[in-house]
Ligand binder design. Structure first.
Ligand SMILES: Cc1cc2nc3c(=O)[nH]c(=O)nc-3n(C[C@H](O)[C@H](O)[C@H](O)COP(=O)(O)O)c2cc1C
Length: 388
């Protein structure tokens, strides 16, 4: 069997498996592994990543929870929003740049914190950080990164943010925050939507071959020795937290502190009341509570509750420039992307991540140009309409 046939057979095997279904069916018409510049959208990276990394790693990245309703609806919800494009606007000079918490971004797309980038590529977060710097945007480094937060900080001089999962006690949590701040991370993003681990069925089926994604958040011995939960749930330290903990993180960090995992206007208001400097509307990419709403559907109520006071960032399911433009029109300051970064990394390493970011930047610019918007500041909610 030659290499081409071997690759085809492998791709056909993956494509046939319902358990490894991707988020969008891309017809596999290519006869060889394509050169990077042949890829035309970010979806195309997913089957290539799938063909290159071990199945358990792919399943861990791709999967949602239970029926994967939220995973699907994160995408489908975008189809209920269309544009009200304006014409005869001079858009010959476009500028997609924006500033968030003192950091300049070439375009309003950030890299969401995702654990264990070595699942996708040996260079892991070091490659991702360099790709973010090359694209002049920001990577938010996960608490569960494959490389230590210090190593990732050293990978580039570009501004980076760091995501915190509460540790088992204040001392341990404070220690993590101190390390991140002294390594130069500009913003701390506290993820609050994981009091318990979600029921991720794809990795469970792969067990015991599922990848052990271990990072700062899972290194603690004391966390491992915690007593069994009476209902057999995998409790995380944040199951003991309430809103008052936010003030502690702010006090330790002395940087802007964002709250990630907001899905209601009520919680957005509480975040403002308790001093959050920004919120991230997120359902964790459909990986925690199934039937959590699509984030684009709840973005309006969060923007209404908090958008005039603090920046609102959103993630979960963003794959197209038009998706990003819809969120900006609703009032988001920026969008984060999770899985597409790992697809780019798994398929081509650092250049793959750069290409994913470049495709999104170009798609956003094109959508803006065709809607008569030359700058991010010119985008407002008159640009969209809700389909029935
Ligand atoms: C493989 C994987 C690992 C993740 N790890 C983390 C994490 O360590 N911390 C965190 O706050 N969110 C984590 N997330 C959630 C992302 O930050 C983000 O909310 C989600 O990926 C956005 O959805 P998308 O993948 O559809 O773009 C993870 C998501 C994935 C897919």
């Amino acid at each position: 069997m030659n290499r081409r046939n071997a690759f085809r057979n492998l791709a056909a095997f993956f494509a046939a498996s319902p358990l490894t279904r991707g988020q969008q069916d891309i017809p596999d018409t290519r006869e060889r592994y394509p050169a990077l510049d042949e890829l035309v959208n970010v979806f195309e990276f997913e089957p290539l990543c799938k063909s290159r990394i071990p199945k358990p790693s792919y399943d861990n990245i791709a999967g949602g929870v239970d029926n994967e309703w939220s995973l699907r609806h994160n995408r489908e919800a975008f189809d209920r929003i269309s544009f009200r494009p304006r014409v005869l606007v001079n858009t010959s000079r476009m500028d997609l740049s924006t500033t968030l918490f003192g950091t300049n971004l070439a375009f309003p797309v950030l890299i969401a914190p995702t654990a264990g980038h070595q699942q996708a590529h040996p260079q892991g977060e070091l490659a991702t950080a360099r790709a973010a710097a090359a694209a002049k945007t920001v990577m938010c480094v996960s608490n569960n990164s494959s490389y230590s937060l210090e190593k990732v900080a050293e990978a580039t001089n570009a501004a980076k943010w760091w995501q915190l999962y509460p540790a088992e006690d204040d001392e341990a949590t404070r220690g993590l925050v101190n390390r991140a701040v002294s390594s130069g991370y500009k913003v701390i993003v506290v993820t609050v939507d994981v009091p318990y681990l979600g029921h991720r069925e794809r990795p469970l089926r792969d067990a015991p071959r599922a990848p052990a994604v271990r990072g700062e958040g899972s290194r603690s011995k004391r966390a491992e020795e915690a007593p069994a939960h009476p209902y057999g749930l995998q409790a995380r330290p944040s199951s003991t937290w309430d809103w008052t903990y936010l003030a502690r993180v702010k006090d330790w960090a002395k940087t802007p502190v964002l709250v990630k995992g907001i899905l209601t206007g009520e919680d957005a208001e509480l975040a403002v009341t308790h001093g959050a400097d920004g919120v991230v509307v997120s359902n964790h990419g459909g990986r925690l509570l199934d039937y959590a709403p699509a984030t684009i559907d709840v973005l309006p109520e969060v923007v209404q509750a908090a958008g005039k006071k603090i920046p609102v960032i959103v993630d979960s399911g963003f794959r197209r420039g038009t998706d990003i433009l819809k969120a900006l029109a609703i009032g988001a300051s920026a969008v984060q992307i999770g899985r597409p970064v790992l697809w780019g990394l798994g398929a081509y390493g650092q250049p793959g991540v750069e290409k994913v970011l470049q495709l999104l930047e170009t798609e956003l610019a094109l959508a803006m140009g065709l809607c008569g918007k030359a700058t991010i500041g010119a985008i407002d909610k008159s640009l969209i309409r809700m389909e029935r």
